[in-house]
Ligand binder design. Structure first.
Ligand code: HEM
Length: 236
């Protein structure tokens, strides 16, 4: 991936709404080509990118597609419901291609634009390959996703920032959420974060030289609780 994308400053710098592909056009293969070819993507990339549907769900109240819930989504973490394309829809693998090929589980979604990947002769070459070769899918998906992500993006510096990464010699650092919330990382707060914390502290009346003002209400509540506790001890 190329890093250093510059955010736009407002919606006027974004493409118009309504340019996403339609899931149920009259001619799905022509429609997919209309949408993706104009961005310089080819049949292989259309099929590989469609494999992103190995993750996630469609919800009738959003897109109009999918069931309100299925056996795979009714107990979902977060917001249950919707219809997924795959059984393990939080795991990225090639099961999307296997499932749209088999189409034997009515709880799994197959949009017209998914089904066409195994009907159109050119799309079918890649979709069939990905059902059998997950590594080929991962490789083609990664390349197509990077290409799609970089389309029309501005970078600072203009050529972007590339991080050389050799997966054979450098083991990827596993993500450990706790590292980012307490412990050693605390010592590594950025200057911006330190300023933010300082501003919040000062807004509450604190400063580097003056401790926070005492909270009288809290002190009185603690005193009352202490007296109640002592009274109950004496009464017993
Ligand atoms: C090929 C044409 C495509 C069509 C017609 C299409 C259509 C759709 C539809 C109808 C939904 C359901 C939205 C909802 O109800 O919330 C959806 C979800 C999704 N799409 Fe696509 N999509 C296409 C391509 C892509 C591509 C290229 C990607 C990414 C590279 C992608 C990633 C996703 C993901 C991850 C979800 C699930 C979102 C969620 O769980 O909230 N799709 N897509």
């Amino acid at each position: 991936m190329k890093y250093g994308r510059v955010d736009v400053s407002g919606p006027e710098q974004c493409p118009d709404e309504g340019r996403l592909p339609d899931a149920g056009p009259s001619s799905p293969a022509d429609h997919l080509r209309d949408v993706f070819y104009r961005m310089g993507l080819d049949d292989k990339e259309i099929v590989a990118l469609s494999g992103a549907h190995t993750l996630g769900r469609a919800r009738p109240e959003r897109s109009g597609w999918g069931k309100p819930e299925t056996k795979y989504t009714k107990d979902a973490p977060g917001a249950p419901g919707g219809q997924s394309w795959t059984v393990q829809w939080l795991k990225f693998d090639n099961s999307y291609f296997k499932d749209i090929m088999e189409r034997k589980d009515e709880d799994l979604l197959v949009l017209p634009t998914d089904a066409v990947l195994l009907e159109d002769p050119s799309f079918k070459i890649y979709a069939t390959k990905y059902t059998m070769d997950q590594d080929a899918f991962f490789k083609d998906y990664a390349e197509a996703h990077a290409k799609l992500s970089n389309l029309g993006a501005k970078f600072d510096p203009p050529e972007g920032i590339s991080i050389e990464y050799d997966s054979k010699t450098v083991a990827a650092e596993p993500f450990v959420a706790a590292k980012y919330s307490y412990g050693e990382r605390k010592k590594e707060l950025s200057d911006a974060m330190k300023q933010k914390i300082r501003a919040e502290y000062e807004a509450l009346g604190g400063s580097p030289d003056t401790p926070l003002k005492s909270n009288y209400f809290l002190n009185i509540m603690i005193l009352i609780a202490g007296l109640a506790f002592l009274t109950s001890l004496v009464m017993n």
